[in-house]
Design a protein around this ligand. Sequence first.
Ligand code: FDA
Length: 450
Amino acid sequence: MSDRTCDVVVVGAGPTGLSAARTLQAAGKDVVVLEARDRVGGRTWTDHIEGQMYEIGGQWISPDQSALLDLVEELGKETYQRHREGDSVYIAPDGTRTVYNGDMFPVGESTQAEMERLIAQLDELAARIGATAPWEAEDAVELDSVSFHHWLRNQSDDELACANIGMFIAGGMLTKPATAFSALQAILMAASAGSFSHLVDDHFILDRRVVGGMQSVSEQMAAELGEGVVHLNSPVRTIGWTEDSVTVGSDAMTVSAASVIVAVPPNLYSHISYTPHLPRLQQIFHQHQSMGLVIKVHATYPTPFWREDGLCGTGFGAGQLVQEVYDNTNHGEERGTLVGFISDVNADAMFALDEDTRKQRILESLANFLGAQALEPEVFYLSDFGAEEWTRGAYATSYDLGGLHRWGRFQNDPVGPIHFASSDIAAHGYQHVDGAIRIGQDTANKILST
Ligand code: FDA
């Protein structure tokens, strides 16, 4: 066990921790980053399964995610657009499959009109309330006291419109049932992405990917920090603190510094033991930020066969096991790869099955969208962040009902020399890599300005 002294310790070598360390080091600070896993990148993870490269975690960048785009450029990395030529597929709750083009699902005229009305209403709320301090809105308490599910049904009698709109935030983003989070939390999600319309527009929200994979952004940041800065296999167990110093104990080393950035998702804050313990407020509200659960499914085929049928690979079905599917073929590859997402209660149900049945059910769901060829992939893989000790869910955390207006205003406050940062408590780019980069840089700048 070795001891070190430095200016700032960073706990976690995900995009937040590494961008914070990068900013601090550029300002001349001596930084040590302690990472629990045997790799950097956190919820971004590019791996090879049976020789096929998969983005097991975060991968897409939208055009407004300028902090991430700037960083990618600064690192000299290239990006490419997701394949999007061709028609999409929509599966209605009764199982009817329709091929369509454009943004709007092929539902009846009145449901379309209702969806457009709800989208406009959510756009207005997102623009008015914003992502920086949604708890300040005059109707924050009201919006935070009703689930997104019930809020939608208070606005509209059209069940299909409500289910389709709900999917973009529930299964699509927060990965919890729409009954489990508030309308205010949904509005924060929309505002953090620029608007609700952005979440509906897959061309916008799932625009680009990094050549070589998103994890390479973290790998390069770590490499550029230089020898001896990032320590892998170093889970932090304890933080001792006074008003102006910290002693951070990991399995590999103990580091003393003037301050620490805890750059891990909020559901993991309480897995570290603090001496003295954190104030009552933090002890309570850290328990009310919980991870959603989503399975990211990859299936790779000899060719992207759906393109021959004039399909782009995109499919939506709020009532389907796989609620969303996209062409996720890697840059420059001849083989075709699909990615699908199975969220919350459907994810629970899949993990209760044996491996073969689970695979069969999921492939059948992909085949419902794109045809029988989807049943026979060459490679098939499910990402399982719920089973990862150092994440415990996916994609990110959100408050339970009523938590955002009650505690959101305190989530970015430091406790003495302990600063908390992660994409889960970012404003713009909330729950995304872009938010991680922003909050990493902002937290470092806060420390530099004191
Ligand atoms: P992150 O969780 O990435 O990093 C935290 C780090 O802290 C981890 O490396 C962890 O091991 C470490 N750690 C935890 N406890 C520790 C301890 N006690 N001691 C030391 N280290 C500890 N985003 C996006 O922009 N586009 C996308 O397409 C997607 N898609 C997506 C898919 C899936 C399946 C997931 C799981 C996530 C996404 N995301 C995404 C979200 C994105 O990956 C996420 O927002 C960022 O990785 C968050 O970065 P952070 O650094 O904040 O946390």
